[in-house]
Design a protein around this ligand. Structure first.
Ligand code: 4NP
Length: 155
């Protein structure tokens, strides 16, 4: 069983999309019993309990993916409950690494979603202050990252 937690800042734009896309990939391959998948934000306090941003819901819907997540903040318990803490950008990676370090846990359980892809820029940019086009770009990047992550976890 792989326990994967996708992490961004607010848990309303990028990480709920990553959760939806990854869940879609594993269910297409009938692998849902081998995975526990969730998402959260390092700064959940602004958006706690909210549905994903309408622009994330739209781009997911356009790709036949339904997002069911409600925003929540990363907890200390998550650090030990999940074996992979997959983060969207370097700012949030640093936040998670600092928290792991503070609790004497291995920082090797966290990585950037795009780390092992061929993409030059390893970050999924924050789309919040942009337009729908930005969400479409983010969707493409997350799709690439999730496909690579699933290959890496199933070989
Ligand atoms: P996310 O995007 O981290 O991908 O969920 C953001 C959502 C909200 C804010 C920033 C980024 N905000 O500043 O409220």
């Amino acid at each position: 069983m792989h326990k994967v937690l996708f992490i961004c800042l607010g848990n309303i734009c990028r990480s709920p999309l990553a959760e939806g896309i990854f869940n879609n990939l594993i269910s297409n391959q009938n692998l849902q019993n081998n995975f526990l998948v969730d998402s959260c934000g390092t700064s959940g306090s602004y958006h706690e309990g909210e549905k994903p941003d309408p622009r994330s819901i739209k781009v997911a819907h356009d790709n036949n993916i339904k997002l069911n997540h409600l925003a929540r903040q990363l907890t200390v318990k998550d650090l030990s409950d999940f074996d992979l803490l997959t983060v969207m950008d370097k700012e949030n990676l640093l936040n998670v690494q600092n928290l792991l370090h503070k609790h004497n846990l291995s920082i090797h359980k966290t990585n950037l979603l795009l780390e092992n892809t061929d993409l030059l820029n390893k970050e999924v940019p924050d789309p919040y202050y942009g337009d729908q086009k930005g969400f479409e770009k983010v969707y493409e990047l997350i799709q690439i990252g999730c496909e690579k992550l699933l290959v890496d976890l199933t070989i």
